[in-house]
Design a protein around this ligand. Structure first.
Ligand code: IPM
Ligand code: MG
Length: 372
């Protein structure tokens, strides 16, 4: 029996191509693992009405961790139109499979490193090394939403909150509600994750980013919780920022920030902004980490227009493999892999189109493998 069981979910479009690149790396590393394929993505939505079929959920219950390529996501109405005709008008609703996996397996911590590798022509500045801790199951992604707003829900809110009145004239049939539910436990978990990371890697500060001056209750809970947790780490400073200003400062002085912790939606936004500072989607990767399972992925989408061309930068996927190795405790392998990636970037001889080169996804993977 192999040492590890790894779920293998290429998904849609270029997800398949970057997973081929990942496979080149794993073979070269000779990681002792069984790769278990999982069906996921748009074609399963179209043919089965479920982009994350139950058999894939069952498979995920049996693995140590999983690698995930990319998926196509479309808004509700468009998704419904693309269903096979016999599945239409049955009330099936498309949900993003990655968001569902996060919820189903309580993958509470989304860790997103954004590091400027030396010699990357796409770096905005060279001394950027930020890790974002995005809460991954609550907040604006909790999925508690209504449209139209049920009258009972309106009535309860109206009874408990004076500010509901002003929405009365529009009528419940014209009112949509998305909630931002956050718990003390959820805030504690993500903030603790950020501080533990800062401690392990000797970072001087953790920045908690929210908007407590407006979102007084949820933002307030996040910031108060961060202050409590910070007391257990006297050697690490706690900085508090608002999401809008943080975006500005990330453009102005990104080198000032090392660890940022945020609620789900704000973390989503901050991580795209930060990724662009270090080369964009070809470099953005993340770990969706829970207590029992972790799913590692490049943050980019399925890029239908590039599918079939082996064009996209596989580095994000390869760095997701690196993160998986760290999580599995294969520190030495992870370090070798990161060094190999850094060397290929700094030599600048093998590059995909986004970095100004003409090489394919697989050629970049081969170049990294050759340095291992
Ligand atoms: C991400 C992505 C997802 C998200 C999408 C694909 C649902 O943007 O992982 O950041 O919003 O979380
Ligand atoms: Mg995102």
């Amino acid at each position: 029996m192999a040492k590890y069981r790894i779920g293998w979910m290429p998904g849609d479009g270029v997800g398949n191509e970057v997973m081929e690149a990942a496979n080149i790396i794993l073979e070269k590393l000779e990681l002792d693992a069984d790769l278990i394929h999982g069906d996921i993505g748009w074609k399963y939505w179209q043919s089965e009405g479920d982009a994350l079929p139950q058999r894939t959920v069952e498979m995920l219950r049996t693995v140590d961790c999983a690698l995930f390529g990319a998926i196509t996501s479309k808004p509700k109405e468009e998704a419904e139109k693309e269903l096979d005709p016999e599945l239409r008008n049955k009330g099936l609703v498309y949900f993003s499979p990655i968001v569902r996996m996060r919820q189903l397996f309580d993958l509470h911590t989304n860790m997103r490193p954004c590091k400027a590798y030396k010699g990357n022509p796409l770096n905005y500045k060279d001394d950027i090394d930020i890790t974002i801790f995005r809460e991954n199951t609550e907040g604006m992604y909790g999925g508690v939403e209504f449209y139209p707003l049920p009258q009972e829900v309106y009535d309860v809110l109206d009874k408990h909150h004076p500010k509901m009145k002003k929405f009365k004239d529009a009528g419940v049939e014209n009112t949509a509600l998305s909630t931002r539910i956050m718990t003390r436990q959820g805030c504690e978990r993500i903030v603790t994750g950020a501080f533990e990371y800062a401690k392990e890697f000797g970072k001087k500060a953790v920045t908690v980013c929210d908007k407590p001056n407006v979102l007084r209750e949820t933002g307030g809970l996040m910031v108060r919780t961060a202050r409590e947790i910070a007391k257990q780490y006297p050697e690490i400073e706690l900085w508090e920022t608002n999401i809008d200003a943080q975006c500005m400062w990330l453009v102005k002085n990104p080198e000032n920030y090392e660890v940022i912790v945020a609620e789900n939606m704000f973390g989503d936004i901050l991580s795209d902004l930060s990724a662009q500072l270090v080369g964009g989607l070809g470099f953005a990767y993340s770990g969706n980490i829970g207590d029992k399972l972790a799913v590692f992925e490049p943050t980019h989408g399925s890029a239908p227009k590039y599918y079939g061309q082996y064009k996209v930068n596989p580095i994000a996927m390869i760095l997701a493999v690196k993160m998986m190795l760290e999580w599995l405790g294969e520190k030495e392998m992870a370090e070798r892999l990161e060094n190999a990636v850094a060397t290929v970037i700094s030599e600048g001889k093998v590059r995909t189109y986004d970095m100004g080169g003409t090489h394919s996804s697989l050629e970049v993977a081969e170049a990294v493998a050759a340095k291992l």
